[in-house]
Design a protein around this ligand. Structure first.
Ligand SMILES: Cc1ncc(COP(=O)(O)O)c(C=O)c1O
Length: 415
């Protein structure tokens, strides 16, 4: 029999109805596991501060909520086209043109149930068992998990802390093979907050020119959350000659605090978009009509809220980085974007907690930190690069400050 639990899918016996092989051995994302443990401790009455989830702590802009309300009252409540309503696609085309210098026709665009379904559709439409999917580490957990559901083999070149977690072209070149089907780029990056320099992106494009059969997924969902003097450029704009195989994906979840509305979108070559439409048409059909109305209003609306979020995240990031850099045994690269910090904890491993627990891995560290200091983080092992922790700065300033103080005190007690 196959058992599905919070920790994934596993075989538990020889008889009984079975689940599909494609789910065997697929772990549940560790982000969800940490959140589950944090909830359990909270239920026991502990004051747990969670830095584990990547969800903006802002409200959806009222003009987006009002647009959804108006759409519902106006009867915009019927089945939508599978690939998105024309009004939202037009807003997406304007956004790509205005912010990224990319022109798309309507049949080169698709609206999905969150950015996650963009990835699911694209991988289901293209991956055959044995195809390799290059996902630089550290990575957002869903790319390799979705690739594995279709028999894809994730391959992980590392982005080093000394390079600011940027992907160096030579690291990419070393893992490309004739079996490579996709390269996933995600800058600003979840979990490291890294941006890739234009020079590195041009170097990556040069590597890809030698592999004309490889698709490129550029996940730009954190594009607006960029700090200091950094600026963001879309990969397809940096390498226009590769546009025939670049799928540029984005969504309203992070930039407009609209995680629950479930609207993601992508622009890419029409054959790929058409294939993704077939997948989506047989799974979920089109995205909720009122959510599409809200997303269109968000994309066309004023950008004050984004500016406010960026300055809030930048302030919190500086506070976290300054505090953690002063913790003995911690390193902490300064994230250029997104809302995470990814401190290194190598010098803390091999130590024991005050109740005698040996910390061998970042998972041991994160679990002990949660159970003894009541701070929930996610270990770097979940993102394919250890030993690190991911801290989400999408948390109220006071909680973030208290969490950092608890981390510093916890580390002081290690022997
Ligand atoms: C890098 C990255 N891409 C995509 C997503 C998915 O976004 P959505 O909520 O639109 O599915 C997330 C969400 O955490 C993310 O971190």
């Amino acid at each position: 029999m196959t058992e599905v639990s919070g920790t994934g899918v596993s075989e538990v016996g020889a008889s009984g109805p079975r689940l599909a092989k494609r789910l065997e051995g697929l772990p549940a994302p560790a982000t969800i596991e940490m959140a589950r443990r944090a909830r359990a401790l909270r239920a026991e009455g502990h004051n747990v501060i969670s830095l584990a989830l990547g969800e903006p702590d802002f409200a959806t802009p009222s003009y987006a909520v009002e647009a959804a309300h108006r759409a519902a009252l106006a009867g915009d409540t019927k089945y939508p086209p599978v690939d998105g309503k024309p009004a939202l696609k037009a807003a997406i085309a304007r956004k790509f043109s205005r912010e990224n210098g990319l022109a798309f026709e309507p049949d080169e665009l698709i609206v999905c149930n969150g950015g996650k379904q963009v990835i699911f559709n694209a991988f289901m439409a293209t991956i055959n068992p044995g195809d390799e999917v290059v996902v630089p580490a550290p990575y957002w957990v869903s790319y390799p998990l979705i690739a594995r559901m279709f028999g894809g083999i994730p391959v992980h070149p590392e982005c080093d802390e000394v390079d600011g977690f940027s992907l160096r072209p030579e690291r990419l070149a070393a893992v490309m093979t004739s079996k490579t089907k996709w390269l996933v780029l995600n800058f600003p990056n979840n979990p490291s907050g890294a941006l890739c320099t234009d020079e590195d992106l041009r170097g990556i494009a040069a590597v890809l020119r030698d592999y004309p059969d490889v698709w490129i997924l550029s996940d730009e969902i954190y594009e607006h959350l960029v700090f200091d003097n950094h600026s963001f450029r879309s990969f397809a704009a940096i390498a226009p000659d590769l546009r025939g195989r670049v799928l540029t994906m984005n969504g309203v979840a992070k930039a407009y605090a609209m995680t629950g509305w479930r609207v993601g979108y992508a622009g890419g070559p029409r054959e790929l978009i058409a294939a993704m439409r077939v997948v989506q048409g047989n799974a979920t059909s089109g995205v909720c009509t009122v959510a599409q109305a809200a997303a269109a209003a968000a994309l066309d609306g004023p950008s004050d809220m984004i500016r406010e979020m960026v300055s809030t995240y930048a302030r919190r990031r500086s506070m976290v980085v300054d505090t953690l850099q002063a913790v003995p045994g911690f390193t902490c690269a300064v994230p250029s974007g997104a809302f995470y910090a990814y401190p290194g904890i190598a010098a803390c491993l091999g130590k024991t907690t005050r109740d005698g627990r040996l910390l061998r891995t970042d998972t041991d560290f994160a679990m002990a930190l949660l159970e003894q200091a009541y701070v929930a983080t996610v270990p770097g092992s979940a993102f394919g690069l250890s030993p690190y922790l991911r801290l989400s700065c999408a948390t109220a300033d006071a909680d973030l400050k208290e969490a950092c103080a608890r981390i510093a005190r916890f580390v002081e007690t290690l022997r």
